[in-house]
Design a protein around this ligand. Structure first.
Ligand code: PLP
Length: 463
């Protein structure tokens, strides 16, 4: 791994420069790197990550950010605008997820810094609530195996036992009987995804809701990825099952404004069916010499810019804007889904909506990926079992992208029948990962990779 990118283009800093540099020169350098990095996803050949891709929208949000970037959203006496922005973002989120249908409850929300943060705060609330109201001291949380690792991380950080339910291979939805079997008197909550990252499938939220109600546990719906696109798909008439507060038993929903909400990176919403649960994520400390301290969760000071930009993004698009973008995305996903269905060597996984995952019973799918990479595509490689997915975003909806993808995919399948090398290049260290032992070795390697990412400079430059 190149631990210090751009070292060959710009001088490497190993300390604060003694003299400040010219702002114009700094901006030119930043622009040069950003242009270089944008040029890849602007081809429309990247799956996921770049959800919006509209440079005018980015510039507009940056301007909104610039007006509030220096403000501290924690200090509402001098930054009351943050209360307005956050309150309205939450209201828009609650409306989108039909909180208006909640009969007994006081629906509320919270803005966090991203999907993992929303998930962490939800799990924290469930733990604290269960401790206070049910006396639970050895909490456990049940997730489908397709549930995002943010739940594993949250349970790890919060000292909660994580129980993992398998999926039903034919539908790629969680096995409901397995979930039911894993719930016991120490279970704080269960998870359903709408949709999960790997396959893009939506768990049977209605059934999970019934299960949660009958067993007296919470149900978190992870809409971090799908939350800001599935509701528009439903409005457009695509077959999207209900997964929001209309479903009895759903107690919290996470949905990322920084994904299909088309905001800048750094915000997500966490919505609660009832305020009685939200208060358990708060942290207050009244006995500090520095003053009476209270904060809604893990973060302390936060930029007002990111909430202003998120608010501006949502208000500028409006329902009509979101519907327009969603239409292009769902149509592109349907086109590639049908194209993949027509390739006998490939098999689409589950019922896709905006993300299409596929595998091959006979070919090594990572050989397919090798060819796609050579043609400039960046799909996401899955494992256990090996598969690929294309998470369709707005840049992928440009004319010609779907056809070009399917043509290259057909060639890639031909390539995989007679690959140039026996071991594929792609597939995240294929041959090492994919088994419990191999993945254990990968854990060690990733620690080294993370260390390398935070290296101050390439080792040779330090000598
Ligand atoms: C389904 C799902 N949940 C949670 C997350 C975590 O979100 P973040 O990376 O913003 O922390 C992701 C990210 O891709 C996701 O796809």
């Amino acid at each position: 791994m190149n631990s210090h990118p751009y070292a060959d283009q710009y001088p490497v800093l190993r300390g604060l420069p003694s003299e400040g540099r010219d702002r114009g020169a700094i901006l030119a350098e930043l622009r040069e790197m950003a242009t270089q990095e944008d040029s890849f996803w602007q081809t429309g050949k990247a799956s996921g990550s770049f959800y919006c891709g509209d440079m005018a929208h980015y510039a507009f949000m940056s301007e909104a950010f610039g007006l509030y970037g220096h403000m501290n959203a924690l200090q509402r006496d001098v930054c009351p605008s943050a209360t307005r922005f956050e309150g309205e973002i939450i209201a828009m989120g609650l409306d989108l997820f039909n909180a208006g249908t909640i009969a007994n409850g006081d629906p509320v929300g919270m803005i966090t810094s991203g999907g993992s943060a929303s998930i962490l705060h939800a799990v924290l609330s469930y733990r604290e609530h269960a401790r206070a109201t049910r006396g639970i001291t050895s909490p456990n949380f049940v997730k489908p195996e397709t549930g995002h690792p943010a739940f594993d991380k949250a349970c790890h950080l919060l000292g909660i036992e994580l129980r993992i339910a398998p999926i039903v291979p034919a539908t790629a939805q969680v096995d409901l009987e397995a979930v039911a079997g894993l719930i016991d008197e120490q279970t704080i909550a269960i998870l359903g995804s709408a949709s999960n990252y790997g396959y893009g499938t939506i768990d049977d939220i209605a059934a999970l809701g019934q299960l949660a109600l009958s067993r007296g546990v919470g149900l978190h719906v992870d809409g971090c990825l799908g939350g800001f696109i599935l509701p528009f798909g439903e409005k457009l008439g695509f077959p999207i099952p209900k997964f929001d507060f209309r479903v009895p038993g759903v107690t919290t929903i996470s949905a990322d404004t920084h994904k299909y909400g088309y905001a800048l990176k750094g915000t997500s919403v966490l919505l609660y069916r009832d305020s009685g649960l939200r208060k358990y994520q708060y942290f207050n400390f009244t006995d500090w010499p520095g003053g009476i301290y209270f904060s809604p969760g893990l973060s302390g000071s936060r930029s007002g810019g990111i909430v202003a930009a998120t608010w501006a993004a949502m208000v500028s698009l409006g329902e009509r804007g979101y519907l327009e973008v969603a239409k292009g995305i769902f149509e592109m996903a349907a086109t590639i889904r049908h194209g993949i269905d027509a390739i006998p060597e490939l098999e689409v996984i589950g019922q896709p909506t905006f993300l299409v995952a596929f595998r091959s019973p006979d070919l090594n799918i990572y050989h397919v990926n090798d060819h796609l990479i050579a043609k400039g595509w960046r799909l996401n490689a899955l494992q256990l079992p090996a598969a690929l997915h294309f998470c369709v975003t707005r840049p992928n909806t440009a004319p010609g992208v779907a056809d070009a993808f399917l043509a290259d995919l057909r060639d890639a399948v031909d390539y995989a029948k007679h690959p140039a090398r026996s071991e594929p290049r792609s597939g995240a260290l294929y041959g090492l990962g994919g088994t419990p032992e191999g993945n254990e070795i990968l854990n060690t390697l990733f620690t080294a990779a993370l260390d390398a990412m935070y290296e101050v400079a390439p080792t040779e430059a330090r000598a």
